[in-house]
Design a binder for this molecule. Structure first.
Ligand code: FEO
Ligand code: CA
Ligand code: CA
Ligand code: CA
Length: 607
């Protein structure tokens, strides 16, 4: 069902070289504004950022740490709070709400005097922990494109931080379950905050989905001291251990030996409404609990909503959700229930290029009391264990899973898995150091595929790595192997985040290229035609950083990227960092920041 005559519009920008230094890099004819940095005030009248004066209360009114996922939500300047459909329909590409995840904190780069000695004893202070908890979560900031480029709008009523103190509802099949109940919340329906917010997605009804990924690192305690063996195994799975950071010493709910159910209230997808600053976020238990990279949606009128997501850990799974009810464009109240009731599936990738979605439903197959599942809540809380029992295919760390809106195929970023011993068709390399990308092709014609079908075809879209590597296991494979289709700078490793421009070109962000001698960055490529899967290098990060986001305005004229953990690595600290990107000011540390990239002539990014 692939149409060989289809071509994506040409990517004609002048490629940048592989490199590694203290700066970010763009092609000729492009400019970038540093739009938001860690510590920037989000409200008028706040003081400029001064690290020594930072406290938790101030951090909660400022841009947080380690920016990751970005959603650009257009603003209709004639519409007000709650008029989501009008805002979304405006397609405004010059004014919007920039919704940005703050995945995690790094005290050695955030605080002066936090040195190796502190790291060894994990001896942070109560004040540090409170600042870190206020620096995690999410930021919503109104932005506008002016004659001087993109700028934040500091008097906007929409500007808001979500932190580890923000109250959230727990909704869906597991809400109120015994395993979600704690001393502070005996009903098991309200949790404070979100953490490990990695990638995410958007809905056509104007809400944003953010993932809880590496939440286990926030919890301390020994799972072997938990009496219930199912719960002990669950906590082990997510890396909770006495060696973890010591937030629990100051905030007791992060100590599993005091509050063994608190980790079960993390590891979900969170949905919030950026157009209603009074609204309370909610955790969607229907989408399962694991180390969520993100969930992205396919919404077609009169059909179920389909959402795809990955569990970013070695040998974990790709998931798909299908709503019980159908999507009705414009019916806001109805659509808001679509992520509450439906079926979660895990992917099985067969050796012959076919695939099946296996339903995670209590009572079906092995998901019974014999295996420790007593209701659907157990299946969703322990989704990893359920998917493994069903026979889903363990993958090489599934990061972003996203559908190309033009060709309607779904792409899975598999970042790496050095622990793989047994290769299979969908994970073809032992000790996979460079990662790869799979293409899922649901049944149906180009642009009109049936994502709700329980079967699919899949193919390898590309293998990361240098195409000329001597070691066959590390050798990359790109495109049609047209001679000269990619330059010496066109290859990359460790695909992580992905976005599609309005013309259907794929933009891959990497996390790990420094292991191969050059910066992480962005590579863009067609998904159809002669240059299918032939990448060109568009953006390079300052040393130590990975690039997250990426996100286009609806018209494709601006590309937002989140530069995460700049100057991280080696012995780099707040007091002695490897560099001070982006300010290069001796009074300021390196700061994770969002860039707005565009052409001065307004042509689409990529041209
Ligand atoms: Fe937070 Fe899977 O990257
Ligand atoms: Ca990621
Ligand atoms: Ca993405
Ligand atoms: Ca990653």
């Amino acid at each position: 069902s692939r149409d060989p005559q289809r071509q994506n519009s040409a990517l004609s920008f002048k490629e940048i070289p592989h490199g590694l230094d203290a700066h970010h890099h763009l092609p000729e004819d492009y400019q970038a504004e540093v739009l938001l940095r860690w510590g920037d005030p989000l409200h008028q009248g706040e003081e400029e950022f001064e690290p020594a004066r930072l406290d938790a209360e101030s951090q909660a009114r400022r841009f947080g740490y380690n920016n990751d996922f970005i959603a650009f939500m257009p603003l209709d300047t004639d519409a007000g709070p709650g008029e989501n459909i009008r805002h979304m329909a405006s397609g405004n590409s010059e004014r919007g709400l920039l919704c940005v995840n703050h995945e995690y904190t790094q005290p050695h780069l955030m605080f002066s005097g936090y040195n190796d000695e502190h790291s060894a004893t994990r001896g942070v202070s109560a004040k540090h922990v409170a600042i870190e908890q206020a620096a995690c979560g999410h930021a919503i900031t109104e932005i506008e494109k002016t004659a001087n480029g993109w700028q934040p709008v500091l008097d906007s009523p929409y500007n808001r931080r979500i932190t580890l103190s923000t109250a959230m509802n727990i909704v869906g099949p597991a809400a109120g379950d015994r395993r979600l109940q704690t001393a502070a919340d005996p009903a098991g329906k309200t949790v404070l905050g979100t953490v490990g917010n990695c990638a995410g997605g958007k809905t056509p009804w104007g809400t944003v989905l953010i993932a809880e990924e590496g939440f286990g690192g926030a919890f301390q305690g020994d799972p072997d001291n938990i009496a219930d063996p199912v719960e002990a195994l669950n906590h082990h799975t997510f890396g909770i251990s006495p060696e973890n950071r010591n937030w629990g010493d100051y905030d007791h709910r992060f100590d599993i030996e005091r509050e063994p159910h608190e980790p079960n209230r993390f590891g979900w997808m969170v949905e919030f409404d950026p157009y209603d600053p009074q609204s309370q976020p909610r955790k969607l238990t229907s989408l399962g609990r694991f180390e969520h990279e993100g969930f992205t949606l396919v919404c077609k009128p009169g059909q179920p909503v389909v959402a795809y997501g990955g569990d970013d850990d070695e040998h974990q799974f790709v998931y798909r959700y299908v709503s019980r009810d159908n999507y009705e464009p414009g019916n806001d109240g109805h659509n808001r229930s679509l992520l509450l009731e439906g079926t979660l599936f895990a992917g099985q990738f067969n050796e012959d290029g076919s695939g099946e979605w296996l339903p995670l439903v209590f009572g079906q197959g092995p998901l019974t009391p014999d295996n420790g599942f007593h209701n659907q809540a157990d299946v969703l809380i322990d989704a990893r264990r359920a998917a493994a029992l069903l026979g889903a295919t363990p993958m090489d760390r599934p990061e972003d899973v996203e559908t190309n809106p033009v060709n309607d195929c779904t792409y899975v970023m598999l970042t790496k898995n050095k622990r793989r011993i047994v290769a299979n068709a969908a994970n073809p390399r032992q000790k996979n150091a460079t990662g790869h990308v799979l293409e899922i092709v649901p049944p149906g014609q180009y642009g009109q595929r049936d994502h709700a079908s329980d079967t699919f075809q899949w193919t390898t879209f590309l293998l990361g790595g240098n195409p000329n590597a001597e070691e066959p296991n590390q050798r990359g494979a790109y495109g049609q192997q047209t001679p000269g289709a990619i330059s010496p700078h066109g290859w990359f490793a460790n695909p992580d985040n992905v976005a599609f421009d309005p013309r259907g070109n794929m933009w891959i962000a990497t996390d790990g290229c420094e292991d191969f001698g050059f910066h992480d960055g962005l590579w863009a490529m067609a998904t159809e035609g002669d240059l299918r899967a032939a990448p060109r290098h568009f953006f390079g990060c300052p040393e130590g950083a990975e690039v997250c986001g990426p996100e286009f305005t609806p018209d494709g004229s601006t590309l937002f990227v989140a530069v995460q953990h700049p100057a991280d690595g080696g012995r780099s600290t707040f007091d002695n960092p490897m560099h001070r990107w982006p300010d290069n000011d001796p009074k300021l540390p390196p700061r994770p920041s969002v860039l707005a990239i565009h052409r001065p002539d307004g042509k689409p990014v990529g041209s």
